[in-house]
Write a protein that binds this ligand. Structure first.
Ligand code: AMP
Length: 429
């Protein structure tokens, strides 16, 4: 098989790394890829959000299968363009991707199908109406910009003045671009968060191993939100009863709802949940795999990913093929100093070649590029250092030991990935 992978972050490196291990795969291209992906795939410089450019590339390369990592090509209709031409691709259609591309679409979907979600106060396309609605909400309130906002579109406001300030920046000053033209206001939920991801061909589905990511930049969940500072997966993350509740109250109604709305969803579906006192509640849908959750999930895959994804593209997923290595996994993200604010790039990275191959540690590249014979930083999240083990502690030890050997100017990482594990499993009980 010749495969085309779209994206250039840590998630795509993990996918490429796994796909490369398949005996079926003879050629891999990645658009645009990064400094680490370049060791396993031919990287092509193109904009992953540009559907016409990707169609032109696929016309030239004729891949047997295309796998889409990020949300932007999906929301822009890449899979529709490929399916019209009968080119095999894994990913939901433009309409299905609205579950992520529009918070209002997704909220209306959840309400229409009676799937547990935070109470909606209203959705607004004028700042004036949104300010007026603030008089009628309970505090704290959650404000969500409707469109894709690179993780900056959600704000939890404890006070009216903070809420007004956010709405003004988003709706009047256009700080988040077109994604902030409309907003919704919803009730704030309390609890622990959990990500639940599945792979589906629109009829059958297979859950992936449960994961948890760490969004805040500093230890102890302090500081601003990031794209994700690390993630872990562990067999005991999801107690049996909680899994049952998620499947019967959330996942299956979601799949039934999609079918009832005439949407055949093919690809990965990410459900962001809050484990509240009254049960799991949907915070968000993503129409693709999480990053860095994927870097924790992929090393636990005990199956041929190329074969399974090919099945999905053909609408013939066999859930029993998805076998998993037991135990746990962890991914610690190494960031540029200053991230998620301003940061410098082009810093040489030392220590990558010295990682002990026998330690089981795999380093997935995110914001890196090749410069001469070396690798330099090229983004906020730079590397994801990953390992699996029979237990969470057994996976954590080699990861943090390997991190000690990697250096670049300004490097920052969290030292407490996985530390909230016992709290989360208690919330699940
Ligand atoms: P979303 O993109 O909708 O998942 O929101 C990003 C983050 O904002 C979530 O991971 C939560 O930490 C937080 N969040 C979103 N909605 C709510 C809510 N209704 N109550 C509390 N926190 C929320």
């Amino acid at each position: 098989m010749k495969l085309l992978v779209i994206g250039g972050g840590g998630r795509e490196h993990a996918l490429v790394w796994k796909l490369k291990q398949s005996p079926r795969v003879e050629k891999l291209w990645c658009v645009p890829g990064n400094g680490g992906i370049a060791a396993q795939a031919e990287c092509i410089a193109a904009d992953p959000g540009d559907v016409a450019a990707l169609v032109a590339l696929a016309e030239k390369f004729c891949p047997d299968l295309t796998v889409v990592g990020p949300e932007l090509p999906l929301v822009n209709g890449l899979t529709d363009a490929f399916r019209q031409r009968a080119w095999p691709i894994v990913g939901p259609s433009k309409l299905a991707a609205q579950l992520e591309g529009s918070k209002i679409f997704s909220k209306e979907f959840l309400l229409r199908h009676k799937i547990p979600t935070a109470k909606l106060y209203g959705s607004y396309d004028s700042a004036k109406d949104a300010y007026a609605a603030l008089e009628r909400v309970a505090w704290p309130v959650v404000i969500k910009a409707d469109g894709l906002c690179a993780g900056k579109g959600v704000f939890l406001a404890s006070r009216q003045s903070d809420a007004k300030d956010f709405i003004e920046r988003v709706m009047e000053q256009g700080e988040l671009g077109a994604g902030g033209k409309r907003i919704l206001l919803e009730a704030a939920l309390e609890g622990e968060e959990l990500s639940f991801m599945i792979l589906t061909d629109g009829e059958r589905y297979a859950p992936l191993v449960p994961t948890r990511d760490h969004k805040r930049v500093f230890d102890g969940n302090e500081g601003p939100n990031t794209g994700g500072m690390g993630a872990y997966s562990s067999d005991d993350l999801l107690p049996h009863q909680l899994r049952e509740a998620i499947v019967s109250n959330i996942l299956e109604p979601t799949l039934r709802g999609l079918a009832a709305d005439g949407i055949r969803y093919q690809g990965f579906l990410y459900i962001g949940l809050m484990l509240t006192k009254s049960g799991p509640v949907v915070l968000e849908f993503n129409c693709r795999l999480g990053d860095p959750e994927t870097q924790a999930i992929v090393p636990r895959m005990d199956f041929d990913l190329a074969e399974v994804l090919s099945d999905v593209a053909e609408g013939k997923l066999q859930p029993s093929k998805l076998k998993w290595k037991p135990g746990a996994s962890v991914c610690v993200v190494l960031c540029s100093g200053g991230y998620p604010g301003k940061f410098a790039t082009g810093k040489p990275i030392d220590g990558l070649t010295a990682i002990n191959q026998n330690s089981g540690v795999v380093v997935f590249h995110a914001g890196t590029r090749l410069q001469g014979s070396g690798i330099v930083t090229n983004g906020g999240r730079v590397l994801g250092v990953t390992a699996i083990g029979p237990s969470l502690d057994a996976a954590l030890a080699p990861v943090y030991s390997a991190v000690k050997g990697i250096k670049f100017d300004g490097m920052h990482f969290r030292k407490d990935i996985g530390a909230s594990h016992s709290k989360l499993t208690a919330a699940g009980d």
